[in-house]
Ligand binder design. Structure first.
Ligand code: HEC
Ligand code: HEC
Length: 343
């Protein structure tokens, strides 16, 4: 054979082989990359039962010390900024709840007032104060009401760590928030008033096991950590100025989140009516009283209809603002002020 032709064949086959090798190599990388993507996805879309803050946050190299501190503050609030804190100067929250008893899975879970993206929504107009409020002021709203405590100093280490944590989950764990829902998906508001007997029946069947016959909750076995099952009423619960003390807000939270691990916003367990009656039931008992509540919502028209304390811009009774029926109140605001109320 012509040596020149031989050489050409050899060169061509070398070229062909290296081409095949490259294709194999690229295929190999693509396959692995896809797999890598998939396992990453799985890691971030942890379902409720497998929410693993140790792995996702505390052992995550991408979370700095301040972020981890923020997580401790919101997840074991009593120990790090409440009645169980050893340093008395660090005590600001007044009950033994943790922020994450209401903002589930470290504030990452859709449908439980998730904090993912929350810092981007502030500053925002706040009806309760009738002014533009910052994220720090919003957090202090929950400190004074849900946590029945005092405001955190806005530039102090606790507040800055909590805000750093909220910003971090937004960039590092956004996929945990499967759907962006501000607060809770609303329920369809029943036409009737809360029926406390029905509420009691739901409570005994679906809630008492964890939250106790008297709503007292169950603390962790090792003390100093707060509650495994938080209380729903009584001295150690949220106070009467809290959002959870409004029947429509509590019903929306309960429908999308309770019974714990059996319900979420995609697959609720209770009907709107059941959630409504049981929300009224848990809020029919004694709890701490917030001072100066009458100063809330200086523009009274902005007060949510199920705010159980006055003054209101209408003449419906305190009883009706607490337990409904709410549609007549909603209709009144529409007809009188042209305001469409959803809560
Ligand atoms: C007893 C339940 C409860 C506890 C405990 C609680 N919160 Fe809240 N939080 C709520 C409710 C209810 C809302 C209003 C949800 C809505 O939009 O309807 C809310 C709203 C918020 C918001 C605004 C969310 C948004 O999307 O605009 C922030 C931020 C927040 N809470 C932070 C905290 C922090 C930090 C703590 C602990 C210091 C805390 N909360 C403790 C019930 C609670
Ligand atoms: C299987 C146990 C369990 C059951 C059953 C259950 N919960 Fe809960 N509930 C919890 C836990 C745990 C939390 C706190 C979640 C966290 O910290 O991650 C909670 C939080 C709450 C909160 C907010 C925190 C607070 O203390 O105010 C309310 C309100 C609540 N549950 C109401 C209910 C109602 C109403 C029912 C019945 C329809 C119910 N729960 C059934 C375990 C349960």
């Amino acid at each position: 054979m012509d040596p020149l032709y031989k050489q050409l064949v050899r060169r061509l086959s070398i070229l062909l082989m290296s081409l095949m090798a490259s294709i194999l190599l690229i295929a190999f990388f693509l396959f692995n990359y896809e797999n890598f993507g998939a396992s990453q996805e799985k890691f971030e879309e942890a379902p409720l039962e497998s929410w693993n803050p140790v792995k996702l946050i505390l052992e995550n190299d991408k979370a700095n010390e301040q972020v981890k501190q923020g997580f401790y503050l919101v997840n074991e609030s009593s120990k790090f900024m409440g009645p169980l804190a050893t340093d008395t100067k660090a005590r600001f929250s007044g009950n033994n709840l943790s922020c994450t008893n209401c903002h589930l899975n470290g504030g990452t879970l859709s449908g439980s007032a998730s904090w993912i993206g929350v810092t981007k929504r502030f500053p925002q107009f706040r009806g309760r104060e009738n002014k533009i409020g910052t994220i720090e002021e919003r957090i202090n709203g929950c400190m004074e009401r849900s946590m029945n405590g005092q405001k955190l100093p806005e530039k102090g280490p606790q507040m800055t760590a909590i805000v750093a944590y909220m910003k971090w989950i937004n960039t590092a764990l956004p996929k945990l928030n499967k759907k962006e829902i501000k607060g809770y998906p609303p329920i369809k508001i029943p036409e009737t008033a809360v029926d406390l007997n029905q509420g009691k029946m739901v409570y005994e069947k679906e809630c008492a096991l964890c939250h106790g016959e008297k709503g007292e909750g169950i603390p962790y076995a090792e003390n100093r950590r707060g509650y495994q099952y938080p209380p729903l009423w009584g001295e150690d619960s949220y106070n009467d100025g809290a959002g959870m003390h409004r029947v429509l807000t509590a019903a929306a939270f309960i429908k999308s989140n309770m019974p714990y691990l059996q319900a979420d916003w995609e697959n609720p367990k209770l009907t709107d009516e059941e959630a409504y009656h049981v929300a009224g039931y848990i809020n029919s008992f004694q709890r701490p009283q917030k001072q100066n509540k009458s100063l809330d919502f200086p523009d009274r028209k902005r007060k949510p209809v199920s705010t159980p304390y006055g003054p209101w811009a209408d003449n419906f009774s305190a009883e009706q603002h607490k337990f409904g029926p709410f549609p007549p109140i909603i209709d009144f605001y529409q007809a009188t002020f042209g305001l469409t109320k959803t809560k």
